[in-house]
Design a protein around this ligand. Structure first.
Ligand SMILES: Cc1ncc(COP(=O)(O)O)c(C=O)c1O
Length: 421
């Protein structure tokens, strides 16, 4: 069971809208920092390249919340960054993060993106065997360090969100993986990493333990068959969060303990120590620390009861895109009985523009503010401009509890800036 609370009150929103109108996302700095510290502490045993503890690193998936202020907070907490595009690389560069603090896990990548990644000295994680040639050509040679993304295909079950691995477009097959290391070694690559990501928003801790087992076993086999010794394994992102109140958070300390046992059994016993264990989670880090705040602007009673918000699917796509559950709190009515049932909608001309369907809520009035939970990852960043809807502001609730505007809302001028009228 997770206690779904909101760090702001109806009064706080009333005060804030005097200068920043709804809708907006609000993020809690304290919660983000605490989660980052908890992750680092949980995996403190992971060895660095020198064999001493301190080698664990979460490369925060920039796509989850690509706001420079948030990224700076995470960098301060010792996180690296997982970038998937040129823009995300530049974003990191702008906040002073470069080199091996970044892993470039992209797919269907353009030549100019690889070129930029190589210039910045980031860890390049190739998505396909053909990209060895492509990278060499486009970026004038291969880097010293190269990582490959493994897709285990039918050897591993995926999960609902990411689908079956054999139907996913990502990564090398097992056979290609071995060929890839061989080719890269022959072409002068001296340092190697291995990456996989087979689940998204997964709440079962065993899943991650099994991923570590799969990667450690591969590390052993790659050394035995090719003489290639891996420097790190990257378990990817995908640690889920309890979007529903009845769900519980992944027990990270349990995952760490089990992974450490596997490390002893597979890595130390096979003389492969030190091998860094890294990850690239986004959702787990910032997801629970964000809320989309919107105002109820209409109520409609036809075959069902509808609440029309001033927010819409362009502010938060997950419910409309894959029916994802996001908890909703009506601010000021936190303790009222949920004795009504509503569809909570946005204003797009799309019937799937609904934040919730048949959701029990207290009696809601026009003008009430609602907080949609867990929007701190894959929330604002997925936004789009359909129906000419403008992207919302983002507010950071600082460590001292002050609201700080960290992205203003888009204006009509922004929208028309790219158009010839
Ligand atoms: C390659 C890769 N790494 C990491 C992530 C982050 O996933 P999550 O935010 O669920 O941890 C994603 C999500 O799309 C991804 O595609």
């Amino acid at each position: 069971m997770t206690n779904k609370t909101v760090p702001v009150t109806a009064q706080w929103v009333n005060d804030t809208v005097q200068t920043i109108p709804t809708p907006f996302h609000v993020y809690d700095e304290k919660g983000i920092r605490e989660t980052a510290r908890f992750m680092a502490k949980s995996f403190a045993w992971v060895p660095g390249n020198d064999g001493k503890p301190g080698g664990y690193r979460n490369f925060y998936a920039v796509k989850a919340l690509p706001n420079p202020v948030i990224l700076k907070i995470l960098a301060e907490e010792g996180m690296g960054f997982d970038c998937s595009s040129y823009t995300e690389l530049v974003l990191c560069e702008k906040i002073g993060v470069t080199g091996e603090e970044i892993i470039f896990t992209s797919n269907d990548t353009a030549g100019y993106e690889y070129k930029k990644a190589k210039e910045m000295g980031v860890i390049i994680n190739l998505d396909d065997i053909s990209h060895i040639d492509f990278l060499e050509k486009e970026a004038d040679g291969l880097p010293d360090l190269l990582c490959f993304r493994y897709n285990p295909g039918p050897l591993r079950e995926g999960n609902v969100l990411i689908g079956k691995p054999e139907e996913a477009k990502y990564g090398f097959t097992r056979e290609q993986l071995f060929q890839g290391y061989k080719i890269a070694k022959e072409r002068g690559v001296t340092r190697f990493g291995l990456h996989t990501m087979v689940a998204s928003n997964e709440l079962d801790p065993h899943y991650f333990v099994e991923t570590a087992r799969m990667l450690f076993e591969l590390a052993v086999e790659i050394k035995e068959k090719l003489g290639v010794r891996l420097e790190f394994v990257n378990m990817g992102g995908g640690i889920g969060i309890p979007y529903r109140p009845e769900q519980t958070t992944v027990d990270l300390e349990y995952v760490s303990t089990e992974v450490e046992k596997l490390y002893q059994d597979l890595i130390i016993k096979n003389n492969l120590h030190p091998l860094r264990v890294v990850m690239e989670n986004g959702r787990y880090v910032t997801g629970p620390h964000g809320w989309l705040i919107g105002k109820v602007q209409h109520k409609k009673n036809i075959y069902k009861q509808y609440l029309g918000l001033d927010a819409n699917m362009a502010n938060l796509m997950r419910p409309g895109m894959y029916g994802a559950y996001h908890h909703i709190t009506v601010l000021g009515k936190e303790h009222s009985p949920a004795d009504q049932v509503y569809d909570v909608t946005g204003s797009l001309c799309e019937n799937n523009d609904k934040f919730a369907i048949d959701r029990p809520l207290p009696q809601v009035d026009i003008g009430d503010y609602v907080a949609i939970h867990d929007t701190g990852a894959h929330g604002h960043s997925m936004g789009f401009n359909y129906n000419g809807k403008l992207r919302s502001a983002e507010i950071l609730l600082t460590g001292e509890g002050r609201p700080r505007l960290i992205r203003r809302a888009e204006t009509l001028e922004d929208h028309f800036a790219t158009l010839e009228v």
